[in-house]
Design a protein around this ligand. Sequence first.
Ligand SMILES: [Mn+2]
Length: 321
Amino acid sequence: MGLSEIKNSLNKYDRFLITAHKKPEGDSFGSEMAMYLLLKKLGKVAVVVNEDLMPKNLDFIKFCDVLTTQKAKRFKFDAAIVLDCGSFDRIGEVAYLVQSKLIVNIDHHVDNTRFGDANWVVSKASSASEMLFYLFEEMGVPVDREVAICLYVGILTDTGCFRFSNTTSKTLEVCSKLLKFKIDPKRISNLIYNRRSFSAMHVLGCALKDLKKDDGGRIAWMRIMPQMLDEAGAKINECDDFIEFIRMIESIEVAIIFYCLDESKIRVSFRSKGIVDVGKVASFFDGGGHKFASGAEIEGSIEEVERRVIRKVQEQMKISP
Ligand SMILES: [Mn+2]
């Protein structure tokens, strides 16, 4: 079971579809690209398919085309490799392409549902990218500079730049080996984090002006409204990590952002500093995620959704240790 099972599947088959969770970020995209490079080195044929476009700040690790599900329809493959994904439905519409194929599940989420025909889940690993490093070792394929960049990006982003509790001594050992390929941490972090547009910062300013907190003072939230984006000329995906600015406040335990997608659909993001399990709050609203970072899409007006969500977070806070 586990790693040897994955190794057998990679050796046995020749044509692979690689995918990861919807809205791919550093780890999903880094591990997808590293997996693509691994399969190429093994003489296999592979494509990367995602429901969503990759974020612009990761364009420097794009080592192959990323297909949409439409374009991938014609590609014939034996097995699908699903990376960084706790449950099968999180790959979105890619599920329709792969449902009757052999599924290889490689992931580090604690609540992974073992949806694959072959499963390798290491919840102690910082990231799927860290696991890919071990996979290269197991397959006897040397890592090169391109691979090292992909894996470093995945680990860097999933550990919040080595700030989160998933940063272990093994994680840093892997990074120490990756840095030997003369990759430049300053350049990489500048590319990932310091390429924002002025318009996105204007949206942040606008949202922060209306930052709110509850009576207890431990829950804070803000709204991203369509008119803010229109006025500034920014896109909603440029606001993805604005929640970090709320988490920076000393007294705050739970940070929340409400993204108003339209009049009756609100996407909600949650971050917890560690006491409150926001994964439970998100799953109450049919969302998903971890204990400390989660999200959901909720039907209703912004006022109504805001009220229901804050009440639920307050309830969860009451039963927290
Ligand atoms: Mn991950």
